[in-house]
Write a protein that binds this ligand. Structure first.
Ligand code: CP
Length: 304
């Protein structure tokens, strides 16, 4: 039995196999439609979600399985004070696999200690979001045809943005990848996230100025300023519009730039950019379902 708490729980070979499976599902969906018959996925979401929860649920339904859903803490016994450990022991009695989102960093790790079925971290606080990263890697493969030799710009809230932390952990393992970290001073990438960059001698630069680095980028990964992680609303208001991507700001970008965003978007990409063929963020949403189908199959050890 395996749990996926961090993207580094998967080897590069396993990630490549997941991407291959997801691409095969896109090509041949009917081949996969009954593979999880009689299996149940529990989605335990103690923090809001649209894409992650619904794509997990759509993934399980498309595999012929069923879903048990908790979409907010208030509707479960967590509201009465039940611990993560007891919740997970209970849900393990009903489901074959669990996807869990929690506002506290480390909660899915605790869950994995007490589960008797695989646990997938669907986002824990400002820490990690490995299945968003799998989505991002599939998107990059679909858009660029490779995961190596790319200059990746990450822009916005790099402090609290868990999708950024997981994407750095994943992409620093591919040769020739270089990171350009664009954020206000207060929202820089935490030191612990930069440890694998330093250990692996992965090149990276940090700046507050998106426009000056735009021509270098193969990928621009925009992120929302994470209001829910701020202690002080005034700080959020001061920082929330630090970067708003507009068609004008893309004038000096590469013609084959790929613009990504894990979504939800608030104000950091103008809707005028949506018409740009380089805007991949809604294609990215679509890929999330296929890679989660591939992950469910892998963890349940189901062969196509
Ligand atoms: N990208 C992402 O995690 O979106 P949701 O919060 O809507 O699940």
């Amino acid at each position: 039995m395996r749990h996926i708490i961090s993207i580094t729980d998967l080897s590069l070979d396993e990630i490549a196999r997941l991407i291959d499976t997801a691409r095969d599902i896109i090509e041949h969906p009917l081949k996969y439609r009954d593979l999880c018959r009689y299996k149940k996925l529990a989605t335990l979401f103690f923090e809001p979600s649209t894409r992650t929860r619904l794509s997990f649920e759509a993934a399980m339904y498309e595999l012929g399985g069923q879903v048990l859903a908790v979409s907010e803490a208030a509707s479960s016994s967590v509201a009465k004070g039940e611990s993560v450990a007891d919740t997970i022991r209970t849900v393990s009695c009903y489901a074959d696999i669990i996807a869990m989102r929690h506002p506290k960093e480390g909660a899915p790790t605790v869950a994995s200690f007490h589960a008797s079925v695989p646990v997938i971290n669907a986002g824990d606080g400002g820490h990690n979001h490995p299945t968003q990263t799998l989505t991002d890697l599939l998107t990059i493969m679909q858009e660029k045809g490779r995961l190596d030799h790319l200059t990746v710009g990450l822009c916005g809230d790099l402090k609290f943005g868990r999708t950024v932390h997981s994407l750095i952990s994943a992409m620093c393992r591919y040769p020739g990848v270089r990171f350009v970290l664009v954020s206000p001073e207060e929202l820089k990438v935490p030191s612990y996230v930069k440890i694998p960059l330093k250990q692996g001698q992965v090149p990276y630069s940090q700046t507050t100025d998106l426009r000056s680095v735009m021509p270098e980028l193969d990928i621009l990964y925009m992120t929302r300023v994470q209001r829910e992680r701020f202690f002080n609303e005034d700080d959020y208001i001061r920082l929330r519009d630090s970067y708003i991507l507009t068609p004008e700001k893309l004038e000096n970008a590469k013609p084959d730039l790929t613009i990504m965003h894990p979504l939800p978007r608030v104000n950091e990409i103008s809707v005028a950019v949506d018409q740009d063929p380089r805007a991949a963020y809604f294609r990215q949403v679509r890929y999330g379902k296929y890679i989660r189908m591939a992950l469910i199959l892998m963890l349940l050890e189901v062969q196509a």
